[in-house]
Design a protein around this ligand. Structure first.
Ligand SMILES: C[S@@+](CC[C@H](N)C(=O)[O-])C[C@H]1O[C@@H](n2cnc3c(N)ncnc32)[C@H](O)[C@@H]1O
Length: 280
């Protein structure tokens, strides 16, 4: 597992400065317009609800653009990521826009200790987050431990059916990878990244895992969370199947041909029950 962590961290560390410089992360717009929020957070505004004055933690916050968007909606935010280079970029943007977001560097599985046992009103995560984690049940335990009673998880994520597809086919939808959680990681060699950039990378190996939707939901139910929303979408925020997708009006990506065939992404909300029910 340490090998996977090291490979993935090197991969993300190298890509973070290129992401911060890419127009796709819209850094200049954050600086120019104090009311600007990321497309990812904007997409889910109808489902997010009021976050003003709530304490939130963003797991796998990367360069912090979604974290700072939530702060702009009034939340008091902490961002956590294991990539020091990502957090360096996040802190740089925070300095440029006068953000008070606090950032912590840790593996998600160590988040409870890394955050000093603090608890939050909500946990926010997603858009290429769960695929880096080998064990969805351990992740659900961490989410539950980070939440105050009554607190909630909000996640928008690539759909596990999408993750199972061959993204090199370019023409057809071909199930190539596991849909259900698997022990051995999927090993990818990819010299590029998901944003527009001319940067050249050396650390191109990554290890990832899929988790079925039922496994994700069951992991949350098993730690005492109550599922309050699960919405599947016919779009996703990045060009997940190159050659087969086109941009939507809200800056997402959707299959050009018969998009209703594929659940592209989902938004899930789950609440930590205020009191754990006794089984006796
Ligand atoms: C695609 S980003 C997701 C963040 C956000 N959706 C975005 O686009 O800005 C994935 C992030 O997960 C982080 N990450 C991957 N594995 C991790 C782990 N085990 N613990 C903490 N962070 C991890 C990476 O460093 C990266 O910043």
């Amino acid at each position: 597992m340490q090998e996977s962590l090291d490979l993935n961290r090197a991969n993300w560390d190298e890509r973070a400065p290129a992401h911060a410089a890419s127009p796709d992360y819209a850094w200049e717009r954050f600086i120019a317009d104090p009311s600007f929020i990321s497309d990812v957070v904007r997409f889910d505004l109808p489902r997010l609800g009021e976050v003003r004055d709530l304490r939130g933690v963003h797991l796998q916050c990367h360069i912090g653009t979604d974290t700072m968007s939530l702060e702009r909606l009034g939340a008091r935010m902490t961002g956590l990521d294991f990539s020091g280079a990502s957090l360096a970029q996040a802190r740089r943007l925070a300095g440029q826009i006068g953000s008070d977001v606090e950032f912590a560097q840790a593996n998600v599985y160590d988040a409870v200790t890394a955050l000093g046992g603090a608890t939050f009103d909500f946990v926010f995560t997603g858009i290429g987050a769960l695929c880096w984690l080998p064990d969805i049940r351990r992740w659900a335990q961490v989410v539950s431990q980070l939440l105050s009673p009554g607190g909630w998880l909000f996640i928008r994520e690539g759909h596990p059916v999408l993750w199972a597809l061959d993204d090199n086919d370019g023409r057809r939808l071909v199930i190539e990878h596991p849909y259900f959680e698997h022990e051995e990681p999927l090993v990818y060699e990819d010299g590029g990244t998901y944003v527009e950039t001319s940067a050249v990378f050396k650390h191109n190996t990554s290890h990832s895992w899929n988790h079925g939707l039922g496994e994700i939901v069951t992991a949350l139910l098993d730690v005492g969370m109550e599922l309050t929303m699960l919405t599947e979408h016919d779009s996703v925020p990045w060009d997940a199947l190159p050659g087969q997708m086109e941009r939507t009006d809200d800056n997402e990506w959707r299959l050009a041909d018969r998009p209703r065939r594929l659940p592209h992404s989902y938004t899930l909300r789950a609440v930590k029950r205020a009191t754990v029910q006794s089984s006796s």
